[in-house]
Design a protein around this ligand. Structure first.
Ligand SMILES: C[S@@+](CC[C@H](N)C(=O)[O-])C[C@H]1O[C@@H](n2cnc3c(N)ncnc32)[C@H](O)[C@@H]1O
Length: 271
């Protein structure tokens, strides 16, 4: 949850995942600003769907005394890790403003939130249009009138062929993202996360994702069918010097055909 400067050789897979993949403080700031810009109001209750270790929900309650969060995940051991590590690191007042719920995100509708976020592409586990639509409808029902559903999405030519990306972490650790398979007919993809320590694979297949690679037009059509309005894709700008993403996401109606991109999209529940 909070940025850990050190990763010991004994680090576990959740700790490594958070260090490699997540930026919850940054993401909670992004969501806070986005909600204010779109609705003109501050968001108070965030629901983090597919919350895993609930890093975002924890960062949200740390942002302000009026912020509350619900983390929803179906996996009891992951939620237990979140409780014992991330929630335990909060102070008592922050702890009172966060609730973890073991539930299927397709079913839980109450309490209604200002903002529902499903990040790191977790909804990709829903592999049929019917399931994705059911999720979008449920998220709409779980939002207060005018509330926002925010998803991230990934794509580009690189995400349609098997490959391995490596990223160095601190403490001698390396993160590996292996896209093991991709089927152009169904957009079914299987990906693994591995962690190496000083060249040796310590956590092989730490996480495996059996996913559908959803396209932006599919997601937009599904959100619209579920009743969301003001749909918007937010695309990352490019830093002129490095030619890499600059971390600034702006609304677009067209985008360049980057070989590997990540973006956000949101829809607003009817007010
Ligand atoms: C990629 S991980 C979570 C990542 C986290 N949201 C993040 O931003 O890094 C996906 C999580 O979704 C959970 N999950 C999968 N299907 C679910 C469902 N139908 N309802 C709730 N949680 C689900 C898994 O247990 C897992 O913890």
């Amino acid at each position: 949850m909070t940025t850990r400067c050190k990763l010991p050789p004994t680090a576990g897979k959740h700790e490594l995942y958070e260090a490699a993949v997540q930026a919850p403080e940054h993401e909670s700031t992004f969501l806070d600003r986005l909600y204010r810009r779109v609705t003109g109001q501050p968001a108070r209750l965030l629901r983090e769907d597919f919350c895993g270790t609930a890093a975002l929900a924890c960062a949200w309650v740390q942002r302000g005394r009026e912020n509350r969060a619900i983390g929803v995940d179906i996996d009891a051991p992951t939620l237990a890790w979140a409780e014992a590590n991330n929630l335990a690191a909060l102070d008592a007042a922050q702890r009172r403003r966060i609730t973890l719920v073991r539930s299927d995100v397709l079913k839980l509708r109450r309490p209604r939130a200002d903002l529902v976020a499903a990040l790191n592409f977790s909804y990709s586990v829903l592999q049929t249009r019917a399931l994705m639509l059911a999720y979008a409808r449920n998220a709409r029902a779980a939002l207060k009138p005018g509330g926002l559903l925010v998803l991230d999405a990934w794509g580009g030519a690189m995400t349609q062929k098997p490959h391995i990306d490596r990223k160095r972490l601190v403490g001698g650790w390396t993160y590996l993202w292996e896209q093991a398979s991709f089927d152009p007919v169904s957009h079914h993809t299987v990906c693994h996360i591995h962690f190496e320590h000083e060249g040796r694979r310590r956590h092989r297949k730490a996480f495996t994702y059996d996913w559908r690679l959803w396209t932006l037009p599919e997601l937009r059509e599904i959100l619209a069918e579920a009743g969301f309005r003001d749909l918007q894709v937010l695309w990352e700008g490019t830093d002129a010097r490095s030619n890499r993403g600059n971390g600034v996401f702006r609304p677009v109606t067209r985008a360049p055909a980057d070989p590997s991109w990540v973006c956000y999209l949101y829809g607003r529940a009817p007010g």
